[in-house]
Design a protein around this ligand. Structure first.
Ligand code: PRP
Ligand code: MN
Ligand code: MG
Length: 180
């Protein structure tokens, strides 16, 4: 698995230190508000776990899984809810946790859904951001790292469901995805 990585972009230590900073910022900003923190499965599962351990105020956690319809329709912004929340968002302060923002379509869809369900506020925290890939106007409220448009995997990010369990984020060797 390690052999498939061309270059480590962010080490486990670098990621952990950034996640601590982000947890401190969230704890400060949401003091006294009991936010509902929502993990967007699957990619955000490790970030959610590490971030939540660095949040020092009372929060509730919930999980949502979405999938885009595939490449041809992805550009239309068509996203489907595969697993919905267990919790009502009405009147709640919502923080959506994402591993990465690429086109922005997944998040713009989710924000729209949560606002229509009458959330009190909806904000986004993303560990990684590829601003160069955006097709919709969307910015996270908290961002860990801005990264170039490379094929990155690890720390929740997959290629064909693999590499999510790497503790760091790396660039996948081109031969891995061009040979399939
Ligand atoms: C990835 C990533 C984000 C989304 C970002 O999820 O985890 O959720 O794509 O892309 P976008 O900004 O262009 O919408 P993916 O759909 O691959 O599902 P996964 O989290 O289960 O890997
Ligand atoms: Mn995802
Ligand atoms: Mg994926």
């Amino acid at each position: 698995m390690q052999n498939d990585i061309q270059e480590v972009l962010y080490s486990e230590e670098q990621i952990q230190s950034k996640v601590q900073e982000l947890g401190a910022a969230v704890s400060r900003d949401y003091e006294g508000r009991n936010p509902l923190v929502i993990c967007v499965l699957k990619g955000a599962f490790i970030f959610m776990a590490d971030l939540s351990k660095n949040i020092t105020i009372p929060i509730e956690l919930d999980f949502m899984a979405v999938s885009s319809y595939g490449n041809s329709t992805r550009s239309s912004g068509e996203v489907r809810i595969v697993k919905d929340l267990d919790t009502s968002v009405e009147g709640r302060d919502i923080l959506i946790v994402e591993d990465i923002i690429d086109s922005g379509l997944t998040l713009s869809y989710l924000i729209d859904v949560l606002e229509r369900r009458n959330a009190k506020s909806v904000r986004v925290i993303a560990l990684f951001d590829k601003p160069g890939r955006r097709t919709v106007d969307l910015n996270a409220d908290y961002t860990g790292f801005s990264i170039p448009d490379a094929f990155v995997v690890g720390y929740g990010l997959d290629y064909a469901e693999h590499y999510r369990n790497l503790p760091y984020v790396g660039i996948l060797k081109e031969e891995i995805y061009s040979n399939r």
